[in-house]
Design a protein around this ligand. Structure first.
Ligand code: MV4
Length: 502
């Protein structure tokens, strides 16, 4: 049984994993880089070890250093979180070779699903629907043209080693095929060191719906229903919810069965996710499998009532699943908003810096998974996601109302954040009506931005009103010749000046 676990990650997910460890009586080991010397996961862990300079390539991606710390600290297992080494089959293998338990699936499952062409072939053999397209990698321009003529335009050319939108090209006309093929190949070669590509029919306005899988080492495989992840910007998810507004009981049963079949096809164990594209006619297609714990796992935890990290650890310990498929029920509705240290005003540029003030929302049906505290400096070296807000409600509308309430309560200063952008999403009619697909943000971009500006003007007006009241009180007790002094003593004088255009 695992007694001490090393978390090979940072930020909110490192803290999240350690929380479950603490509840299970497992000691925790943190690793950290220069930029993370004072990070929350370091303070939260029972022990912490320095592993290198700030860039991930010198710290959180260093397999050798992480294994060395695991041995030195006597950790019997490593949890990789998400990102970094979480979907690195060679790292999972290395852990196994060194006698350390890797909290995740087998190296074979990671490798098979990591190669999208092999994954597609495996799914076809398992009878799971995939997007119509090529069975093998595209060997030549001539072959590409043949496949495209068979399936019809438009198509997507995708990197086999890719995923998450990297090395992907859309082709609308035959004249674009050659340059798209070369572009996708060279991008794939430089990003992944592998230029294998394949072709898929382009699905025009899809939903991105994924199923959470849990499987033990005895072949028991269940799904914990779906997550709707269509609200995304440049392949970065922004809001997720469960149940999906699009889902019906029959479709859930069918997709759930295929998700389980997909996992079984690679003898999967651990927690994983099957991603599907779903079109308006509710046809669905396997897209890829994520062989890790995902950012958005908490909404499933809330609605299904399962601690997914605890299950991962139990599975790694060789315990059988304690839930049978017919015991899994969704109760109510859950929404997650990802908060990024980005400036929506400035094309979502990352906004690193020191957290000055933070007030996190609490109350019924609220969870925040974060790692910030006042005085901590958000490093520029890693993902700009700084926190996740997860709410639950009996109904979808109750969850939306609660999300609006908690977004209003959340105060972060020192860095620019996407909070205001998330507030406008919660007010957008298409979102409120559950009428959206992967084009939601582009389709509603003008509304989202003007809603933000409108909210900002209201705040400015309130601030000016408060300032005028402050001055009029002073006028009664102080000589008015001191106006400049009072003006400059106002805590947010810069913003007042900007709002009053002086
Ligand atoms: C597609 C597609 C349409 N047709 N494949 C984007 C990320 C990567 N995981 C796959 N992606 C897509 N693949 C076919 N054949 C549209 C997308 C896509 C998308 C998918 C999920 C969530 C958001 C998206 C945004 C744009 C495009």
């Amino acid at each position: 049984m695992i007694k001490k676990l090393l978390v090979a990650n940072r930020g909110e997910i490192a803290v999240r994993v350690m929380r479950s460890c603490k509840e299970m009586g497992i000691k925790t080991v943190a690793v950290y880089s220069d930029a993370d010397r004072k990070a929350k996961h370091v303070r939260y862990a029972d022990e912490a070890y320095y592993i290198g300079a700030s860039p991930s390539s010198e710290s959180y991606l260093r397999k050798d250093k992480i294994i060395e710390v695991a041995k030195k600290s006597g950790a019997d297992a490593i949890h990789p979180g998400y990102g970094f080494l979480s979907e690195n089959g060679d790292f999972a293998q290395l852990c196994e070779d060194e006698g350390i338990i890797f909290i995740g699936p087998s190296p074979y499952a990671i490798h098979t699903m990591g190669d999208k062409i092999t994954a597609r072939q495996t799914m076809m053999e398992a009878g799971v629907p995939v997007v119509p397209g090529s069975k093998e990698k595209i060997s030549s321009e001539k072959r590409a043209m043949e496949v495209i003529r068979q399936i019809g335009l438009p198509v997507m050319i995708k990197a086999s080693a890719g995923g998450g939108g990297k090395g992907m090209r859309m082709v609308k006309e035959e004249s674009e095929v050659i340059s798209a093929l070369r572009g996708a190949r060279s991008e794939a070669k430089s990003a992944f060191g592998d230029d294998a590509v394949y072709v898929e029919k382009y699905i025009s306005s899809p939903h991105h719906i994924e199923f959470q899988i849990l499987a033990d080492k005895f072949g028991n495989t269940i799904h914990l229903c779906e997550r709707e992840c269509s609200v995304q910007r440049r392949h970065q998810k922004v809001v997720e919810e469960t149940p999906s507004p699009l889902m019906t009981a029959e479709l859930r049963e069918k997709m759930g069965r295929d998700a389980v079949a997909a996992a079984k096809a690679v003898n999967y164990y651990g927690a994983g996710t099957i991603e599907f594209l779903v079109d308006d006619d509710l046809n669905y297609y396997f897209l890829e499998m994520n062989t890790r714990l995902q950012v958005e796992h908490p909404i499933t935890e809330r609605v299904v009532g399962v601690d997914i990290v605890r299950e991962q650890i139990n599975i790694a310990n060789g315990l059988p699943l304690t839930y049978a498929q017919d015991k899994i029920r969704q109760r109510g509705h859950s929404i997650e908003c990802r908060i990024y240290a980005e400036d929506p005003e400035n094309n979502f540029m990352p906004s690193p810096g020191i957290i000055k003030e933070i007030v996190e929302p609490l109350g019924l049906g609220v969870r925040t998974d974060g790692y910030m505290y006042e005085g901590f400096e958000i490093p520029i070296f890693y993902d700009p996601m700084i926190s996740k807000l997860i709410v639950w409600g009996e109904t979808r509308m109750e969850a939306i109302m609660r999300m609006r309430r908690v977004l209003d309560e959340y105060k972060i200063s020192g860095v620019k954040t996407s909070l205001s952008f998330l507030r406008s999403i919660m007010e957008t009619p298409d979102f409120v009506e559950g009428n959206y697909n992967t084009h939601f943000i582009e389709k509603n971009f003008d509304f989202l931005m003007s809603k933000r500006n409108c909210d900002k003007h209201c705040e400015d007006i309130a601030m000016i009103a408060a300032f005028v009241e402050y001055l009029s009180k002073l006028e009664k007790t102080q000589p008015t010749t001191q106006f400049d002094v009072y003006f400059n003593k106002w805590k947010d004088v810069g913003r007042i000046k900007a709002a009053m255009r002086i």
